[in-house]
Design a protein around this ligand. Sequence first.
Ligand code: ADP
Ligand code: MG
Length: 744
Amino acid sequence: MLHEKISTEESWLEQSIIVLKGVGDKMLERFARRSLYSLNDLLFHLPIKYQDKTRVVPISELRIGESALVTGELVQCKTQYARRAMLNCTINDGSGVINLRFFHFNKQQATSLAFALEQGKWLRFFGEVKRGRRSLEMIHPEYRIIEAHQLIQVDETLTPIYPTTDGLSQLALRNAIAQVIEYLKRHNIDAEHSASIADELVHDLLPSSIRQQLKLPPLLQALIYLHAPPPDCAVFELIEGDDPYRQSLVFEELLAHQLSMKCAYQKQRQHLSYAFHSASKQLKNHYRQLFIEQLPFKLTSAQSRVIAEIATDVQQPHPMQRLVQGDVGSGKTVVAALAALYAIENGFQAALMAPTELLAEQHRNNFQQWFEPLGLNVAWLSGKSKVKQRREALKSIADGSAHMIIGTHALFQAEVVFNHLGLAIIDEQHRFGVHQRLALLQKGQELHVDKNGFRPDNKQSQSDNKQHQEFYPHQLIMTATPIPRTLAMTAYADLDCSIIDELPPGRTPVETVVLSEQRREAVLQRVHQACLNGRQAYWVCTLIEESEVLQCQAAEQTHELLSNQLPDLSIGLVHGRMKTDEKKAVMQSFKKAEISLLIATTVIEVGVDVPNASLMIIENAERLGLSQLHQLRGRVGRGSQSSACVLMYGSPLSKNGKARLMTLRETNDGFEVARKDLALRGPGEVLGTRQTGLAEMKIADIIRDQHLISRVNELAQTLINDYPETVEPLIKRWIGKKMDYQNV
Ligand code: ADP
Ligand code: MG
């Protein structure tokens, strides 16, 4: 039982849930799987939906798709044997008839129901109403046998349904949370006349002036309301609408996230980094200038602006934390190269991490071409490097002879020891987890202070008095999944953002066509003709599951098929399970136009850059998210000739599915695509693993609640400035242990 004695506010809610009735050691473990340890954790574990058992609904008023509590006479009970046994009960409540069906049942259940039928008993049951063949029906409702015309007791509040995990039942969760709520309710009411004791138990962290100003109802009231809503409340408003109690909690949760990210940002900012010198007279070399001179094109003004923003950051003595958002093909690689050269000019190493072998490989080719003429060494590290190459690369990274290091996740493995990493660049960050990003930083940091006091030439003086301090590399993050501003303000609040909002000149927009796969033959002819005319094309095979093996198989089969159908074309194949050398060879000959049609899996999604390729066919396009399709499509339209992308869908495709693909036909703008994609799939899917914190919010939804974000941001700043003591408790309350990247 709950301890009745109230001690201080902390100690009561901080108690382990073991004090609750029905929670023993075993249960404790199960609650822990959902990160629920204290009463406080339970209090902030909010329902995702509700069941209404506060009233009995006449059968004639039932609505399909809704769940309802019903009572009525059992008028028929039969076990039928079609393909398998099924128990069927018919209920009549005078207003109408409904059928209850059980596919899983035991003998005892069947016997007791048959007996109840004989005795003229009634049933009280709850479940979702479906349209049956002859009448309404419920599949596997919860039920209880009751006496005829028995007055049944209904619930006083709506029944909350909580997010849960395997092994932790809804009932256990509900029981535990109900005890906490009961306790608070009792003390809230008891104490109405004096200072509310419960209010002290659940300490309101928002300053009351702010709560009043924003017209947010008190925290405790909101919590009680959401855990145990009264029968007359509008459930829809409560789950996703403008219910003021919900809004109040949503606001606080968004605020907590904002604060936690701002704190993470501040924390990073307190670290030390080397401030790069900009004036070229202090530098021995002028790599940036030489590099720009040798480029076959002029930087776009958006590129120049972003490069200037980066330059300002790296001249600071604390780490840059900059995110560059830029649509596919906006030219992020050149920006990365210039940032890297900045570090190198200052005597530091720069590292670039890419999410796939193929992309890392391509970056390596580019950087070698760009940097080697400047006399700089580019080292390469991938999971698939050969032992000898690997050893050499590791050596050059450790002894400092490698200026630029390019690789995949392999970069943050234990044996990689940087000599003096000054800049870490992460490409296509949405493909990485936050932990991977931080692992790379950690790497730069842990090895930054050389035991021998080695510092790049122009840093000698700094090193003398800062021998024992840790230095972090600057960090530059790049993404081609641009997101709307309000969302970026939340999702990337721990980063400074730059946007490359301009494509290099001379690009012709990709024309996108949506076709049923029944038109495959015609598409094939068109591809054939185009290739004969000297154009190059990608043919992309997709699969719904992330199973790489199956996807590669599909590509292999398609390759065989198309090679037979179009024997006069040179057709290549590239997929993730090929050896690095094989992949490289295929990509090289595609680049050299020796291959005219390239069959590929989605490995070519990011970064692949073959400007002459102007046609792309994506099979089963309906299986991919819009942002991913947009990425893929970005592989064409890189040259000056007009390009096309054919999205082929497997029929039949739902109206919705088709409408989704049509969005891509209508726009070539990555922001617009991302906006639609977010609305359709939610931020967790679109933004990838980095944002799991946002995808797992207790009550807020950053799409649905985005209208609150600018106010939340303002308030976060006010709290940090004027009420700093509230910041940590708010973060702890709402985010708890989950956001561990804060501690990095
Ligand atoms: P992304 O932003 O998708 O990573 P890339 O960096 O791969 O784009 O650049 C796409 C292509 O555009 C490359 O072939 C690159 O050389 C070219 N490019 C980059 N900047 C410019 C520019 N200012 N003018 C013309 N072409 C450019
Ligand atoms: Mg890129």
